[in-house]
Design a protein around this ligand. Structure first.
Ligand SMILES: *Cc1c(COP(=O)(O)O)cnc(C)c1O
Ligand code: SF4
Length: 441
């Protein structure tokens, strides 16, 4: 198996040998839907992860390749007609742009979390929870392959006006000098591990200096273990990446790889097992997370086996997320009740060592809201919820209640239970923003 990364997009996917086994109809679906949603896969995913014998329902194929159901019918037929009529590129591009904008490309008010330094808006930083700063290095705003469900897709489909990115780490360092409450810096993207080792080092090394003693953990959010484990094995700078990880460990800070795995198959290859082992040998920890996705991983057995396998490999299960309201959500979403049932069934099957995982959780404007479950209290059916993370730390871990709604798929569709006017945190929010607008907005 070749370890040289080869990417496939809309322009060259027909050169993938296995594509010739697909029906003309499926190929057309890729052409149509791939115009609107970002599409990129690679030779590892194609050769080692996808089950081409069951491609009609294969979850890994669905994870990378556009399928008809991912677009609404009217959007699908609009693009299909334009392509059939050989429409001008400008005409198609304009339509594609309109459709993309209608798909809520920037959910959960992410733009509200961009902080300032004096007059300067720090576009490459999000600071929502006091202890953790997210940093989006500009060279890390792409991935080794694209997930069809991804809410970050505006960042890599050429819509620059929506891009959260920052050229230098200078402003990050200035910001962190002032914000001593920050203990964690989380590099995210896209995927920061698409950056070469020297760029990554330029961002990370300054944080190891004594003046940043308040930064205890460096975290890297990445899907590279699932999409390109050779990043840690055979890429030409893979040894440098490993040395950089060792350097962080030697500095006394913890390094946490927040690894994104959607399906147990992503943990099954020799390459991923070796990559995990190599990363762990540096002293770095690997924590895992994934959204819950219809058509990809909506079975409790899959989650249970994924968590078990992760623990076997020395990783720590961390989050199960609820799919966000963007892109092809209608194709991937599940009612909150169903999400909780899947979580609970999976959680109840596994050892306590796997039960470090928390979820199912929605990253809403107010915070990370966990669905603790469905209950009946004096004849009223309710959702029991809590903040795992809150825009105001005082909200965290206080159970609260919403009216049961079997169809709801996101927090904004819920009403407070017991005829309350608002949720407990809603009246306090305005006050918080007045007292600490700088930190939380
Ligand atoms: C999830 C998240 C974090 C990290 O939260 P942890 O619970 O510490 O992992 C930080 N910032 C934002 C905006 C997040 O959504
Ligand atoms: S790897 Fe992460 S950022 Fe990249 S497409 Fe997938 S979910 Fe989105």
């Amino acid at each position: 198996m070749s370890n040289q990364l080869r990417s496939f997009t809309l322009h060259n996917f027909r050169t993938i040998p296995q594509i010739s086994s697909l029906s003309e109809e499926m190929i057309k679906e890729i052409e149509v839907v791939g115009r609107v949603l970002p599409f990129k896969t690679n030779n590892y995913v194609v050769n080692e992860l996808i089950d081409w014998d069951n491609v009609e329902t294969d979850p890994i194929f669905t994870l990378n390749f556009p399928r008809r159901g991912m677009l609404e019918k009217k959007h699908y037929s609009t693009i299909e007609k334009l392509l059939d009529a050989n429409a001008e590129k400008d005409v198609i591009d304009e339509k594609v742009k309109q459709i993309r904008l209608s798909l809520n490309p920037n959910p959960a008010g992410q733009e509200h979390n961009v902080p300032s330094l004096g007059e300067i808006k720090l576009k490459g930083i999000q600071h929502k929870y006091p202890e953790t700063v997210l940093f989006f290095p500009s060279q890390g705003q792409t991935c080794h392959a694209y997930c069809t469900f991804c809410f970050r897709w505006p960042q890599f489909s050429g819509m620059n006006e929506l891009k959260f990115a920052m050229k230098e780490s200078d402003l990050l360092l200035k910001y962190l000098r002032i914000h001593k409450e920050v203990t964690d810096v989380l590099f995210t993207g896209g995927d920061p591990m698409v950056m070469n080792a020297s760029v990554l080092e330029a961002y990370i090394r300054p944080l190891l200096e004594p003046e940043f003693g308040h930064i205890r953990s460096i975290r890297i959010g990445t899907k590279s273990l699932a999409y390109w484990p050779y990043r840690y094995l055979t890429d030409k700078d893979s040894d440098d990446v490993i040395k950089l990880f060792e350097l962080v460990a030697a500095s006394g800070k913890s390094l946490s790889i927040q690894a994104h795995f959607n399906h147990p198959r992503e943990l099954s290859t020799d390459a991923v097992k070796q990559a995990i082992s190599r990363i762990r040998s540096t002293g770095a920890q690997i924590r895992t997370q994934s959204p819950l996705l219809r058509n990809i991983n909506d079975k409790p057995e899959l989650w249970a086996s994924m968590w078990r396998e992760q623990v076997d490999l020395g990783c720590v299960p961390y989050y199960m997320f609820i799919a966000r309201d963007t892109g092809s959500k209608h194709y991937f979403e599940l009612p909150l009740d169903k999400c909780w049932q899947i979580f609970r069934r999976a959680y109840s099957k596994v050892s306590g060592l796997c039960r470090t995982v928390r979820g199912p959780s929605m990253s809403d404007h107010a915070g990370k809201i966990q669905v603790l479950g469905v209950q009946e209290v004096r004849g009223e059916k309710i959702f029991v919820l809590r903040f795992i993370q809150g825009r105001n730390p005082k909200w965290v871990d206080v159970p609260f209640f919403a009216e049961y709604n079997p169809k709801a798929t996101w927090f904004d569709q819920l009403k407070p239970a017991f005829n309350e006017e608002r949720f407990f945190f809603e009246e306090k929010r305005a006050k918080l923003e007045v007292t600490k607008p700088f930190l939380f907005e």
